[in-house]
Write a protein that binds this ligand. Sequence first.
Ligand SMILES: C[S@@+](CC[C@H](N)C(=O)[O-])C[C@H]1O[C@@H](n2cnc3c(N)ncnc32)[C@H](O)[C@@H]1O
Length: 243
Amino acid sequence: MSSTHFGFESVDERDKARRVRGVFDSVAPRYDLMNDLMSMGLHRAWKAYTVLAANVKAGQQVLDIAGGTGDLALAFAKRVGPSGRVIHTDINESMLRTGRNRLLDAGVTLPTVVCDAEKLPFPDAAFDLVSVAFGLRNMTHKDAALAEMNRVLKPGGRLLVLEFSKVARPLEKAYDWYSFKVLPRLGQLVAGDSGSYRYLAESIRMHPGQDELKALMQKTGFGHVDYHNLTGGIAALHVGIKC
Ligand SMILES: C[S@@+](CC[C@H](N)C(=O)[O-])C[C@H]1O[C@@H](n2cnc3c(N)ncnc32)[C@H](O)[C@@H]1O
């Protein structure tokens, strides 16, 4: 039996996915509102930057992993046009359903697939671009998930990983105070759930930092990897090219 971390807790590897599912089942109905409140709207700027960096072209095939309520999938769908395709996926049905409803309200229908990033149900070399925003942190075997993302990319295709990362030292104190004192209270107030937002703060601390993630992406098959710090490293965008 191997163990892994669920926030600061050590849990049986086989239990992590169930615990993560519990978090997102609980937060799904208030996910978008909480994202805006807790990041003070910053997640929109980070995603807009990701979409710019993706530079998706008409006709391209895009896979959005851990797509949740669909921010990236929606932005990419507008860019690939009718000759391209964006597949919106997530392991969690509640999150994916919330996202699909949002997309339908915006007049966009996309193929949606419930799937685990660690075992993608897609053929090799099928996509020009794969994206995963704030999802990798929650995966049990990040190396397996990254290797799967590499497998489904065409040679020369790119993986964009937008994720919380290690903040610059001068921000650390304020960021810790905000994460551990304010976030769980905000979660309790708005979503009636402090535990899920404590998990969020803890899982960010347990996630590999910028250089560690870059090395992991290189190890899992990405020939060239670069990253861009966003808002002092609160988040980072890693771009890997399958060579
Ligand atoms: C914080 S949300 C991010 C949603 C969206 N990408 C965004 O940026 O707003 C994290 C998502 O990762 C999904 N997730 C967690 N583990 C996963 C896995 N192994 N495979 C696919 N999705 C996963 C969760 O269900 C959840 O919807």
